[in-house]
Design a binder for this molecule. Structure first.
Ligand code: GL4
Length: 813
């Protein structure tokens, strides 16, 4: 089939400033890659082949901005930003690259001319799931925003062979299977075997002519793989450099020839272990030697690479902070402080004081959680045996700090035979930031209370954000098109343009179009739910969505209890004018987190029971699709009416799903926690369903040891819920399945589910009432969109540039 003349000659989109290939040129490129890169005949190519060829064709287009950005950065000697993170939850890359390069329609036409469907090819790409949740996804949004804003930036991480596990449900229970995104070649990366560094472990540190020298007992090689990330309209690009572990010794041919195959392969197996799997828990550190080794592996390779690049351009290392800013994504890379000092002193002959000053001026640390159990601590024994030289350096940093400041006894990096990585990161950074206004204040009052007193100017706030390219233009074409028609395309680069949408909230004709876009997204989601889960849902029901990792503090259990109460009430008076609802849950539990897994089981049991009830079938459905990931988020968020942000106040550092849902026109039901506070301030209290205790109220309420019992006794609704669960209404095959869970609800309700239940119920009924007047609901939904411009990660990145990195944009606007 020949391509239609109109499609091949017409300009493919309104993106300006980029020399974009025509449909025919791209079609030829794809066919070229099919034939010469994949050695396949177009007539005998699989979907995988087409996807690879298309990806290579797009990748070719990324090279121009990537080279240009790299050259300009070298030529101008611009300051560079390095973002060190154990997680980059980047998801699929094909569509993102196409959209940012303005090639979406061109590629669609080129593929159509070959009888291929772009959407099928997009769906064929596995998610790169190199992260657990919000923290890793934030790092991915930052890379794209740095490429849009024009920051000379590298992300550094680990090229995990296995990303976050796949989740299945068996009898309603979570079962994990390994994820294997690299079982097919990853078309976006370039192997850089020439960029490789030796990373040591163990051994000992000895004095040679008065200088400490580390003699490692083990070594591995970190080998680089680069993925370009292009920004909006391809004006700039950043680089994601991921490290893979390789052995440093040559293959032992003699052992192999003697038949000892296992021993011959041992060094390789050991080295590869370092980049084998992502730790599947984002809040509780594993405390395992392998995790510490992974952290050091990534950090050391990154710092060696940074210094090598620096020295290829500049001569004196004392000027490092003028040309380099290194950001630590949580405490995971906190070993960067001592490692940078070690490299400067032991390998580059810098003195102790200068090394410490240079390291501190270069490093910044972002804290992402207040949960005390989440703050990494390593036993001095483990640290001393895995990284003996670093242990010495850490001890001396601690002593220096003690001498320089009158510290209360609670301060100290090394305490009770543990190295506190949060304190280490704080002391070795010139700036420490929280990720929402509330969180940053709580950081000052709680985890870093004493250090904040000693260093009152160090803590600052950078409220999180999300990239509007992926989280609106890519995932919500219906609303994006409406925005383009109504206020122009400018919002894609500057999300503050959404403000100009505000007057349209009063415009009935616009409200209708807005509602139609939302409905189209809901119809699409309903089709997918029908196809994949066999559940029939009504697109006119309110789509109520809670998607995030399973954690007690996020309180999926509160939502589940309310679902049961709602069902119970509906059954009693089915004709009472209820607002039909579909409750969506999505999220994975850490494999070893028993309580979270029990909550998943309960939600699935509740879903099974409710979805089979003919009395309430037209009023309530519960949908929990397995294996929630970035791609599923892109499907669910555009279809949401109600966003569930119901964590116990003071526990969610920021949240970013809350921002994505607001941006896509969902109303939030939420507590005053994390960035919900700022969302509510900006969209207006009238356009937000607030409930629950405040962070202060939570602390006070906890002091009453009977808080749960008293709340349950006061709430008929909640009592009924607990009674139904205990009786086995949702688990008739095993009536006592949830006795432990109910017992905890009465006696160990650490996250105050009971105390907030009635207030949550009331807020839900207010949402029901509003949904019955669609004009009002839509007006408020439009205001949520119009007032969400602040939550672009471009704004967040500009904040880091001004407050922490001291880096200007490389782009002239
Ligand atoms: C997290 C927080 O829990 C989350 O609120 C925040 O949005 C995210 C990015 O800053 O970081 N911290 C950890 S640990 N995991 C997260 O997702």
């Amino acid at each position: 089939t020949a391509s239609p003349v109109t499609a091949s000659s017409a300009p493919a989109s309104s993106v300006s400033g980029l020399a974009r290939p025509t449909v025919d040129a791209l079609r030829a490129k794809i066919l070229h890659h099919l034939e010469y890169t994949l050695a396949k005949d177009a007539g005998h190519s699989s979907r995988y082949d087409w996807r690879m060829a298309t990806s290579f064709a797009i990748r070719d287009e990324m090279l121009k901005p990537w080279f240009a950005a790299t050259r300009q950065t070298y030529d101008t000697g611009a300051k560079r930003v390095y973002y060190l993170s154990m997680e980059f939850l980047i998801g699929r890359l094909l569509e993102d690259a196409m959209i940012n390069l303005g090639l979406h329609e061109t590629i669609a036409a080129a593929l159509a001319a070959e009888g291929q469907t772009l959407s099928d090819i997009i769906e064929d790409e596995p998610d790169a799931a190199l992260g657990n949740g919000g923290l890793g996804r934030l790092a991915a949004c930052f890379l794209e925003s740095m490429a849009t804003v024009g920051v000379p930036a590298h992300g550094y991480g680990i090229r995990y062979e296995h990303g976050l596990f796949r989740q299945r449900f068996e009898g309603g229970q979570q079962v994990e299977t390994p994820e294997d995104w690299l079982s097919q070649p990853h078309p976006w990366e370039f192997a850089r075997p020439e960029a490789a560094y030796i990373v040591g472990f163990k051994g000992h540190s000895e004095l040679r002519r008065g200088k400490s020298v580390w003699v490692p007992g083990e070594t591995v090689k970190a080998s680089a793989y680069d993925t370009p990330v292009v920004g909006w309209q391809g004006k700039w690009a950043s680089t994601l450099r991921l490290w893979a572990g390789l052995p440093t010794t040559q293959f032992d041919l003699e052992r192999f020839n003697n038949g000892d195959y296992t021993a011959a392969a041992a060094p390789e197996a050991l080295a590869r272990t370092l980049s084998r799997v992502l730790y599947p828990d984002d809040t509780t550190p594993a405390g395992k030697e392998l995790r510490l080794k992974q952290e050091y592996f990534m950090t050391s390779a990154a710092l060696q690479d940074i210094l090598r690049r620096y020295q290829s351009q500049f001569s004196t290392l004392a000027d490092l902070p003028k040309h380099v800013a290194i950001q630590l994504n949580d405490t995971h890379p906190a070993i960067a402080g001592p490692e940078l000092m070690r490299l400067l002193m032991d390998q580059h002959d810098m003195g102790w004081d200068e090394a410490q000053t240079v390291a501190r001026a270069t490093l910044g640390y972002t804290n992402h959680t207040l949960l005390p159990e989440a703050l990494e601590r390593w036993s001095t024994y483990l640290m001393g045996s895995v990284l003996p030289r670093h242990m010495e350096i850490i001890q001396r940093i601690d002593e220096d700090h003690a001498k320089a400041h009158k510290r209360p006894p609670s301060v100290g990096i090394v305490q009770h035979n543990e190295v506190k990585m949060g304190d280490l990161a704080f002391i070795m950074s010139h700036k420490v930031n929280g990720v929402s206004a509330l969180h940053s204040e709580l950081v000052k009052e709680t985890v870093f209370h004493d250090l904040h007193k000693l260093h009152p100017d160090r803590i600052t706030n950078e409220t999180n954000g999300v990239t509007p390219r992926r989280w609106m233009r890519l995932s919500n074409p219906a609303l994006s098109t409406l925005l383009d028609e109504t206020i122009g395309e400018g919002w894609t680069r500057d999300l503050d343009h959404l403000k100009t949408l505000e007057p349209f909230a009063q415009d009935a004709a616009f409200r209708e179009k807005f509602a139609a876009a939302k409905r189209a997204n809901k119809v699409a989601l309903a089709g997918w739910v029908q196809d994949t889960m066999g559940i029939d849902i009504n697109p006119d029901a309110m789509f109520d969505i809670q998607i995030k990792r399973l954690h007690e503090y996020k309180r999926q259990l509160l939502n589940c209890f309310e679902t049961i109460a709602l069902w119970h009430n509906m059954r009693q008076t089915p004709d009472a004018g209820w607002t039909p609802r579909v409750k969506f849950f999505g999220g994975k539990s850490a494999p070893g987190y028993f309580v979270a897994k029990e909550i998943i089981h309960l939600i699935n049991d509740v879903a099974r029971t409710i979805n089979a009830d003919p009395v309430t079938g037209h009023l309530l459905k519960v949908v929990y699709p397995p294996n929630y990931n970035v791609s599923m988020a892109q499907r669910l968020i555009p279809a949401a009416d109600l966003s569930e942000q119901i964590s116990t106040a003071g526990k969610e550092a920021s949240g970013t799903g809350n921002m994505k849902l607001t941006l896509n026109g969902a109303l939030t039901i939420g507590t005053l926690d994390g960035a919900n506070v700022e969302i509510r301030d900006l969209v207006g209290a009238d356009n937000f369903f607030l409930f629950g205790l405040t962070a202060d109220g939570v602390e006070k309420r906890r002091k009453n040891i009977n808080h749960a019992r008293e709340a349950i006794e006061d709430s008929q609704n909640l009592r009924d819920v607990l009674q139904m669960i205990v009786e086995g209404r949702f688990s008739p095959e095993e009536p006592d399945r949830y006795h432990g869970l109910v017992d905890r609800a009465w006696h160990h309700d650490h996250y105050l589910v009971a105390a907030d239940f009635d207030s949550y119920w009331e807020a839900q009924r207010a949402a029901d009432a509003l949904y019955r007047t669609p004009q009002d609901w839509n007006r408020k939904a439009i205001l949520n969109v119009a007032r969400s411009g602040f939550f672009s990660s471009d704004r967040t990145i500009r904040g880091y540039m001004a407050d922490i990195w001291d880096v200007p944009s490389a782009l002239k606007d």
